[in-house]
Design a protein around this ligand. Structure first.
Ligand SMILES: NC(=O)c1ccc[n+]([C@@H]2O[C@H](COP(=O)([O-])OP(=O)(O)OC[C@H]3O[C@@H](n4cnc5c(N)ncnc54)[C@H](O)[C@@H]3O)[C@@H](O)[C@H]2O)c1
Length: 333
């Protein structure tokens, strides 16, 4: 049996507290050995709660604690410096999505990880959820898909709050943030589209000071005849998350905790439900990463795989800026 890997969590906000710290407590192959946040109160509180040393400076943590890997859950603009510090110290990284804020940064960071010989795995937890894996099998039964419709919405009361309100800090808005998950499903199930045409807005809270889009609609098309759209909004309730792919022999709809296969007339043929609908996938991701580090498993979500996500996002933002259709492949670094 392999020795427990020593993990540090960097960035102790919502995602670390909701997923990664509980995930480390629940996983098989890693243990928490240190925490870090630039906010000293947060670092101190989580250090105390988890009885590990707390740091406000990552480089000091890396020197003093020498963890096997870091889980990085920092605002998007801080991702680069965390990966650079880990690469310099030869420490592996589990990076919260997005991998990078644009294709150039994605290419540089992929090269850096390669050069430093570190593994980096981007956390896209739907890939660790059996419902989303089952959808991949059901998709084989509908014939060549011709239509894809995705919708991911919820209502955030203050779209201007914190770094998420700034397009510069977040690398965009809802599309790069929550939209990353839907884009990941699209790329996983259907590949990178050949054309995208996007509109975005930051109009849900008139008078509020923010420029990161709260809503985005992306039309997309593939040369093989498949087309459709993704609607992503962090200002539109109720909370919905759904991706439907339709082919000549029916449709597959994947939602949180449920996947259905429908006949062409919409009748339900079969469905799979996971109960409870959304158990935390964080422990499974951490254990998977430990297996990657032990060379027992290939990295399912490494830097190279996420160049496509960065290209999709860059094409969508370029399309929004120019009001023209853009080809994501032209943005592949
Ligand atoms: N996978 C998911 O479902 C999911 C959900 C939410 C957030 N996320 C991702 O997690 C990441 C963090 O999001 P969040 O909602 O937790 O943000 P947050 O604002 O709640 O927390 C970020 C924390 O990072 C700290 N920080 C900022 N710069 C830092 C630095 N250089 N070094 C160390 N700490 C630093 C901040 O002080 C803050 O405590 C983002 O990449 C986000 O997209 C993923």
């Amino acid at each position: 049996m392999s020795v427990l890997k020593r993990a540090a969590v960097v960035g102790l906000g919502g995602q670390a507290q909701d997923d990664h710290l509980p995930g480390l407590a629940d996983c098989q192959f890693a243990e928490l050995v240190a925490v870090c946040d630039t906010d000293p109160d947060r670092a101190g509180a989580q250090a105390k709660a988890h009885r590990v040393p707390g740091y406000t400076d990552l480089t000091t943590l890396l020197e003093e604690v020498r963890p096997d890997f870091v889980i990085a859950a920092v605002p998007h603009h801080a991702g680069r410096e965390v990966i650079e510090a880990c690469a310099a110290a030869g420490v592996h990284v589990m990076k919260e999505k997005p991998f990078a804020t644009d294709p150039a940064e994605a290419a540089e960071l992929a090269g850096l990880c390669d050069k430093a010989g570190i593994e980096l795995m981007v956390t896209v937890q739907r890939r660790f959820h059996p419902i989303y894996t089952a959808a991949l099998q059901l998709l084989e039964q509908i014939g060549p898909p011709y239509l894809v419709e995705g919708r991911y919405t919820f209502h955030c009361p203050d779209p201007a709050a914190g770094w998420r309100g700034s397009a510069k800090l977040a690398g965009g808005g809802a599309l790069v943030d929550m939209g990353y998950h839907l884009i990941d499903l699209l790329i996983w199930y259907l590949g990178l589209p050949d054309r995208v045409l996007a509109d975005t807005s930051a109009a849900a809270a008139p008078g509020a000071d923010y420029d990161a889009e709260d809503t985005a609609l992306v039309h997309l098309a593939y040369d093989r005849g498949l087309y459709g759209s993704l609607l992503i909004s962090r200002s539109t309730g109720p909370k919905t998350e759904r991706l439907t792919v339709t082919g000549p022999r029916g449709a597959v709809t994947v939602e949180r905790g449920r996947v259905c296969r429908l006949a062409p007339d919409g009748q339900l043929i079969e469905s799979l439900v996971r109960e409870p609908a959304w158990p935390c996938a964080a422990a499974a991701q951490i254990d998977c990463f430990c297996r990657v580090l032990d060379r027992q498993r290939p990295n399912p979500s490494g830097p190279a795989a996420h160049l496509a996500h960065a290209a999709f996002l860059a094409a969508a933002y370029a399309s929004r800026a120019t009001a023209r259709t853009c080809d994501p492949k032209e943005f592949l670094a």
